[in-house]
Design a protein around this ligand. Structure first.
Ligand code: GLY
Length: 366
């Protein structure tokens, strides 16, 4: 059977590895440090395209919607080969607004969502508080999306690693920086030696720009820091979004408040400015947090792209090389669909969603 070599052990690389292995490929993952050590493990784990994407529906929205639809089967598939379990909560979301003027925007969002078969409801402030009693009295209205869900990201990553290993994926961590071997598009050089694959998949998140020189192609992926903090409770029944961020309660009793969007290169430290903003905003949304202080603060680097769309697919100039990067705020959500797209590309099978907009070579080299 043909072999697939994946560079990058985040959720995207691991999901592709697991999918390719389940289709019978020999699969190796090489990771410069530890699998899931970057954006994947830092994520709040929301599967919430209807709340996170505020613009009109486009190919990116269709991609997110498809991935959300794939999630229940994907979780079962991961669990088939994993001894690790992880939280997958299908408890819906509330997008809360605080001013009458914002009603128009959630109403128009609901109109196009309905056209796409998405179940969503506009609730008055009182109705929203009936569903989520901890919401502030200031809540004017909310858009309720019952299909949105979330997972516990560190648990998901651990289960993926376990499923990969148990199904026969070879995972090599602490391999150092990887480079394509010059003149050979099927070999990758690392600190631990040279690795070979009939197909090479580059899934290196915010670090993907490093491939530009070797691929002779522009890969405009940039790190955007997301600072997050966690409280011990109180318990929420839904994911709560507002225009300023989100709150999501986990089964382990933590309440996560996220997230900043700031440019700080590859620096993953937290700042008092970033965390103070999260704290003051979350106390406004949930007054019960007024006397609480976060017990944990951290940051991850989201891989943003120049046009906001991920890069997913085959390099036409180097057909043994594939890219899966730039998933920005949606890496966890998009992991199942990205895995299927890359595996279908490798097997030259038809795709279930349009992928033309995500072609990796769409940017001009500058
Ligand atoms: N998807 C949530 C975030 O990027 O903060």
């Amino acid at each position: 059977m043909a072999s697939v070599l994946i560079v990058g052990g985040g959720v995207i690389g691991l999901s592709i590895a697991y999918e390719c292995r389940s289709r019978g490929f020999e699969v190796t993952v090489i990771e410069s440090r530890e699998c899931g050590g970057q954006a994947s493990g830092a994520a709040a784990g929301m599967l919430a395209p209807y709340s996170e994407i505020t613009e009109d529906p486009d190919d990116f929205f269709m991609l997110c919607q498809k991935s959300l639809e794939l999630y229940p089967d994907w979780v079962n598939k991961v669990m088939q080969f994993s001894d690790e379990t992880f939280e997958y909560s299908r408890n819906g979301s509330l997008y809360a607004i605080y001013h009458e003027a914002d009603l128009l925007s959630i109403e128009s969002k609901q109109r196009w969502q309905r056209e796409y078969g998405i179940e969503s409801f506009i609730l008055t402030g009182d109705e929203a508080r009936e569903r989520e009693p901890l919401l502030s009295e200031d809540t004017y209205a909310a858009l309720w999306c019952p299909e949105e869900s979330h997972i516990y990201a560190p648990g998901y990553v651990a289960a993926l690693i376990d499923a990969c290993r148990n199904s026969g994926v070879n995972i090599l961590e602490h391999a150092g920086e990887a480079d394509l071997v010059s003149g050979n598009d099927r070999q990758v050089k690392t600190d631990k030696g040279i690795f070979e694959g009939d197909h090479i998949v580059l899934a290196t998140g915010a670090w993907s720009r490093n491939w530009e020189r070797e691929l002779k192609c522009s890969i405009p992926v940039f790190p955007i820091r997301g600072q997050i903090c966690a409280y011990k409770g109180p318990e929420l029944r839904h994911i709560v979004f507002t225009s300023q961020g989100y709150l999501v309660g986990k089964d382990n009793g933590t309440l996560i408040a996220g997230a900043s969007e700031d440019i700080a290169g590859f620096d993953t430290s937290v700042t008092s400015h970033g965390i103070n903003r999260l704290e003051s905003w979350s106390k406004h949304v949930l007054p019960d947090l007024k006397s609480e202080r976060p017990f944990h603060k951290w940051a991850g680097l989201r891989p943003a792209t120049q046009d906001g769309f991920p890069l997913i697919g085959k390099m036409t100039q180097k057909p043994s090389v594939f890219i899966a990067a730039g998933h920005y705020r949606n890496g966890i959500l998009l992991s199942p669909v990205t895995a299927k797209i890359i595996a279908n590309e490798i097997e030259q099978l038809p795709q279930e969603v349009p992928i033309e907009s995500f072609r990796p070579e769409r940017f001009q080299l500058v």
